[in-house]
Design a protein around this ligand. Structure first.
Ligand code: F6R
Length: 369
């Protein structure tokens, strides 16, 4: 049932092209308009959304971070992302024009469920992005957008993460369409880019031998840092979480801009630092600022490992190792840049002889608060 792979995790990493494809499937009509009728919330109500609060835990919360960048950019609706277990305890500001979007693979995470219930009591509309059909969170929400990524067996989330991000993009584009915030052609172009993602993920999977070799060579490393900026920031957090969960290595993700405000003090000779580099075609100066960060840590002895867009030759000079991912539009990059980090964590843990499907102390679905 592992489909010839050594673990469910490897199988699920390799299923990601299909998972993303299935999340996108059947959500546009013949004219290219997004059709999320399944949402069951009156489009007029959705149109009046004045604020979005994304609630989730762990990996799902990182998908929420990515969603914030995309939805704010496309829809001009303010988006807050909050860990579900923090939400109820801070007297959040909610009204009937607040859309609370929960993200959960299992649909049973108690922290997320309790936060959704609280939001509902306070009068918010609730929308669930979820992978598990008929689970509690979607049942208790006003609307649901299912991932259709297929069952995820390994405790550490991989394909559900990419599917959550893809579903968040669909939601963002749908809201932009309802509100007339983007031109039809713009939405069509972004959807076309999204539909090209599965083949690009496949390309990364097909050339993953170098990442696995690096992981094997690094099996005794005591600590790994991950830097990212813009949508690469949540990817860095996810890369660090995967390594903690699977390989029990101290790993931390930072916003690259935060480096000089503290974390750079951690850099010493041979400290491995992964850098998720933004697209050179994205926002002005973002790329060059991150390239400067690579130089800064390298000058202090770090072993720099970069994940960059194909053709981004500026990073080569300052990187010990570079993993290139295919080009896509800057906001969609997490669907690609996450993959090498998952492969890295999985291969490193396997090399250490750990059970990657059932890491110690963790459960697939956390049904206690
Ligand atoms: C990370 C991981 C956890 C879950 C979190 C939320 O690999 O598995 O961080 O992402 O417990 O779970 P769901 O998505 O089921 O609500």
């Amino acid at each position: 049932e592992k489909g010839g792979y050594d673990s469910f995790m490897e199988k699920e990493i390799n299923e990601q092209p299909k998972a993303v494809e299935d999340t996108l499937l059947g959500r546009t009509d013949a004219s290219g308009q997004l059709t999320l009728d399944e949402l069951r919330i009156d489009p007029e109500e959705l149109k009046n959304t004045s604020k979005i609060i994304v609630l989730a835990c762990g990996t799902a919360a990182y998908a929420g971070h990515v969603a914030k960048y995309a939805i704010e950019h496309w829809c001009r609706i303010p988006v807050e992302v909050e860990l579900a277990h923090e939400f109820r305890y801070r007297d959040p500001i909610i009204d009937e024009n607040t859309l609370v979007v929960s993200i959960s693979q299992s649909g049973e995470t108690m922290d997320t469920l309790m936060a959704v219930r609280y939001a509902k009591e306070q009068g918010a509309r609730t929308l669930s992005i979820c992978n598990t059909n008929g689970s509690t969170i979607p049942r208790e929400s006003d609307a649901v957008l299912y991932l259709h990524a297929g069952p995820e067996i390994a405790v550490a989330s991989t394909k559900a993460f990419l599917a959550m991000i893809a579903a968040s993009y669909l939601l963002g584009l749908y809201l932009a369409q309802l509100r007339g915030q983007l031109f039809r052609e713009e939405i069509k172009d972004i959807l076309a880019d999204l539909h090209k993602i599965p083949a690009k993920i496949q390309k990364i999977l097909d050339s993953s031998e170098d990442i696995k070799a690096l992981a094997r060579a690094m099996k005794d490393t005591p600590s790994v840092l991950f830097l990212g900026r813009h949508v690469g920031f949540p990817v860095a957090l996810e890369g660090a979480l995967k390594l903690k969960e699977l390989a029990y290595i101290h790993a931390e993700g930072f916003a690259a801009g935060e480096l000089k405000h503290g974390p750079i003090a951690l850099i010493e000779q041979d400290q491995p630092v992964f850098v998720v580099v933004p697209s050179p075609r994205g926002r002005d100066s973002l790329h060059s600022k991150v390239v400067s960060n690579i130089q800064e840590v390298r000058a202090r002895g770090a072993k720099t490992i970069t994940v960059a867009e194909a053709g981004d030759d500026a990073v080569r000079e300052f990187s010990e190792t570079v993993f290139f991912v295919p080009e896509t539009s800057p906001l969609l990059m997490p669907l690609l840049t996450t993959v090498p980090l998952q492969i890295f964590a999985c291969a490193l843990a396997a090399e250490k002889g750990y059970d990657v499907d059932q890491p110690r102390n963790l459960a697939k679905s956390v049904t206690v608060e």
